[in-house]
Design a protein around this ligand. Structure first.
Ligand code: ADP
Ligand code: ZN
Length: 701
């Protein structure tokens, strides 16, 4: 047995070779074992990859320092999956492997039977709460259960169609067979009710991993799932990295959610990573959504994913009726005939009436606006000066009476009575936020009890639980919120949803803006009238762009129409899912230095493509040339948010025609080249410029 091993070390480097000291027994050596290794003057963790005949020439071989007890061996399938992730997302393997371990040591003093802290749930309640599935649900469950082995299923079901019950039935069947299930949800804080429902049905069988737990709680849940004590693991994207020995099925709820894309270090997409994991484990995976991502929809159209539909709501009142209010028209009319000054400017006559009637019937209403605070900017009427953040290229938002806040960094200041620029004008708040809506409603409906759900009001799990309980117990009449109220919430008394200004969602410089807007509007509208039996819920959608496709298709509850429309538009421009897209991101304190660095990397990328296309080049092949020809390097250009937290931001976009375009492998080549040059005399990036590769980029702002 060789005593030299290649080791993936926890540093931004490729694998390194180490000698194994005689003190380590040969039977302890296998791929996936954690060891401590010396690197420079440091001791860092690493994972054994494979034995090697000899070390590369010129390398001074050092010895590993010992096994890391308590760390499970990464099994070969997981190891293969992690290697794929590191390669595909162009991130070093060593740090990728470290994601497989819980945050703390297992700890001998671990208290047994510690309850997984779940939201508002009495776990002892875990008696069977299963309902009898409808014929539609049964058909879906049977179809999915009938395909053993790897298969990706896309469950496209309108809001309230009973998708969650389908997941639970599939999971119950897997548990009966002694298999484990992994359920990924976008952000736990956005989907508390889903966990409650799982807890009611499965009780103590559940482990949870998410960002609201302490490291100790995470570690305990991690071990409980890893050792198979808990057959079901529910979590945010990072739960994907808890190795489940008997994994038999994966469920991704709200698969279209952009929060499944990790936005730092290993920039993986949890949905795509999960599909790859299912493939390697040869198990089924179910992606569920009322508004599938266009990537998944396209895969279903191509037959790669199997499509299942749940086209109708369980409670037969039907999908809500949506009225669109054209704010331009309303404004023009009021100019002519004067307006009722007691009504706030953001509230149309129609929404006002609907609110009044809903409250009179003793039902609940929700008002949605994707913006916090009182006003989104403050502008001087005499010189036009707007109060912007000194650290970021954004306007400051007004909160309370006089508190100006940056939503991207910690900066805040108080509102001046006189403009600091011209010393004459009195700065005026412009625009609207949830805080202002709540304030106006208090005047308009003094007897109505309101609950506001946004990041100012809801800062902990307790806040969230409290707000939800208030609405469930009918201790509140009007819910006001940002996207925090868009997802997953299911309130029987809620029969009216008002979208105060739908436009905010699609006025963003991102090719996915229409898709996100459609998803958001559909999800928010879907909160209305979910439990009505003899009539449908009501939605009033206020907008300045009633003809925008995102609105027109929402109105008709026509996801498929929207998907065709947007896919057509993307095909013309070669955007995903018709092609591949990666973003090289640069951020640095000096504008020129950052832009120059971005330019050098863009040039390197272009040169590497030219080389591949050059017939006289070394190792030329027509096939590789064609593949290189599918790629376009765009930029550098300033990111849409050009300055954040005192860092200037630039992007280079790499766009590949066709789904098989080798964009990811170009990114890998580039980052390896940059890393190799980093220690040379001519590094491509100055030390202060941060560089990252985002393959299949989702967050482009
Ligand atoms: P989705 O996940 O598609 O939004 P849910 O699973 O939340 O839908 O179902 C909507 C509502 O209908 C929930 O209150 C749920 O408890 C209820 N429900 C789902 N399936 C059934 C069923 N077969 N019988 C009775 N009620 C059901
Ligand atoms: Zn700022």
């Amino acid at each position: 047995m060789s005593r030299i091993w290649s080791v993936a070390v926890d540093a931004p480097l490729g694998p390194l070779h180490y000698a194994i000291p005689d003190t380590l027994p040969p039977e302890a050596l296998m791929p996936g074992v954690s060891v401590t290794v010396p690197l420079g003057a440091r001791k860092i963790p690493g994972v054994l990859l494979e034995p090697s005949e000899s070390a590369p020439e010129g390398v001074r071989l050092r010895e590993t320092l010992g096994l890391i007890a308590d760390r499970p061996v990464i099994d070969s399938k997981s190891l293969a999956w992690l290697q794929w992730l590191a390669k595909y997302y162009a991130y070093p393997l060593g740090p990728t492997l470290q994601l497989m371990f819980p945050p703390l040591d297992k700890s001998g003093g671990r208290k047994k039977a510690r309850k997984a802290p779940l939201i508002q749930t009495d776990m002892t309640e875990g008696v069977d709460h299963s309902v009898a599935l409808t014929a539609e649900q049964t058909e879906v469950v049977n179809a999915i259960a009938a395909t053993p082995g790897f298969q990706t299923h896309l469950l496209y079901g309108v809001t309230g169609s009973g998708k969650t019950e389908v997941y639970m039935e599939l999971i119950a069947r897997a548990a009966e067979r002694g298999e484990q299930a992994l359920v990924l949800v976008p952000e736990i804080s956005l989907t508390p009710q889903l966990i409650q429902r799982f807890a009611r049905r499965f009780g103590e069988k559940i482990a949870v991993i998410h960002s609201h737990l302490t490291p100790r709680e995470k570690t305990d849940n991690w071990w409980a799932a890893h050792q198979g004590e808990k057959p079901i693991l529910i979590g945010a994207r990072s739960a994907l990295f808890c190795p489940l020995p008997k994994l038999g099925i994966i469920v991704i709820d709200e698969e279209h959610e952009s929060s499944f894309k990790q936005d730092e270090s290993l920039r993986y997409h949890a949905r795509d990573a999960a599909v790859m994991l299912a493939k390697m484990r040869e198990i089924p995976i179910v992606l569920g959504s009322a508004t599938p991502s266009l990537e998944s929809w396209q895969n279903a159209k191509l037959g790669k994913y199997r499509l299942h539909r749940l086209p109708s709501r369980i409670h037969s009142g039907g999908l809500p009726r949506i009225d669109v209010i054209d704010l331009r028209e309303a404004r023009d009319q009021e100019r002519q005939s004067g307006r009722d000054e007691s009504r706030p400017f953001w509230l149309s006559q129609e929404l006002h009436l609907a609110l009044t009637e809903t409250l009179e019937r003793g039902e609940q209403a929700a008002l949605f606006l994707n913006r916090r605070g009182i006003a989104q900017s403050v502008v001087c009427p005499s010189c036009g000066h707007s109060s912007d953040c000194p650290n970021c290229e954004v306007a400051l938002t007004l909160h309370g009476r006089s508190h100006l806040v940056c939503h991207y960094c910690d900066y805040h200041e108080s509102l001046k009575e006189v403009c600091s620029q011209c010393n004459t004008g009195e700065p005026k708040p412009l625009g609207l936020g949830t805080e202002k809506i709540e304030r106006d409603l208090a005047k308009l409906f003094p007897n109505a009890r309101t609950v506001r759900m946004d990041r100012d009001e809801i800062q902990s799990r307790e806040d969230l639980e409290e707000a939800i309980a208030k609405i469930e117990k009918r201790e509140a009449d009007i819910l006001i919120g940002t996207q925090m109220i868009a997802k997953g919430l299911d309130f029987p008394g809620l029969t009216l949803v008002g979208l105060v200004m739908a436009d905010i969602a699609f006025n963003l410089p991102d090719f996915r803006a229409s898709e996100r807007a459609f998803q958001l509007l559909t999800q928010v509208a879907g909160r209305s009238g979910r439990h009505l039996k003899d009539r449908s819920g009501h939605v009033v959608l206020q907008t300045y762009n009633p003809d925008h496709p995102s609105i027109q298709f929402t109105l008709k509850h026509d996801y498929e129409g929207f998907a065709e429309h947007d896919l057509g538009f993307r095909e013309v421009l070669g955007y995903p899912p018709h092609g591949r897209l990666a973003a090289l991101k640069f951020a640095g304190p000096d504008l020129q230095e950052t832009e120059d660095a971005a330019r050098r990397v863009a040039e390197l990328a272009r040169r590497s493509l030219e080389n591949a296309k050059d017939p006289s080049g070394k190792g030329y092949s027509a096939e590789a040339a064609e593949r290189a020809d599918s790629i376009l390097v765009l930029g550098p250009a300033p990111a849409p948010m050009a300055k954040l937290r005192n860092l200037y931001r630039f992007q280079v976009l790499i766009r590949g025609q066709g789904i098989n375009s080798p964009v990811s492998s170009l990114c890998k080549t580039l980052s390896e080249h940059i890393e190799a040059r980093a220690k040379s005399k001519a590094p491509l990036l100055p030390p202060k410029v941060r560089f990252s590769v985002d393959v299949d980029a989702v967050h482009l702002l």
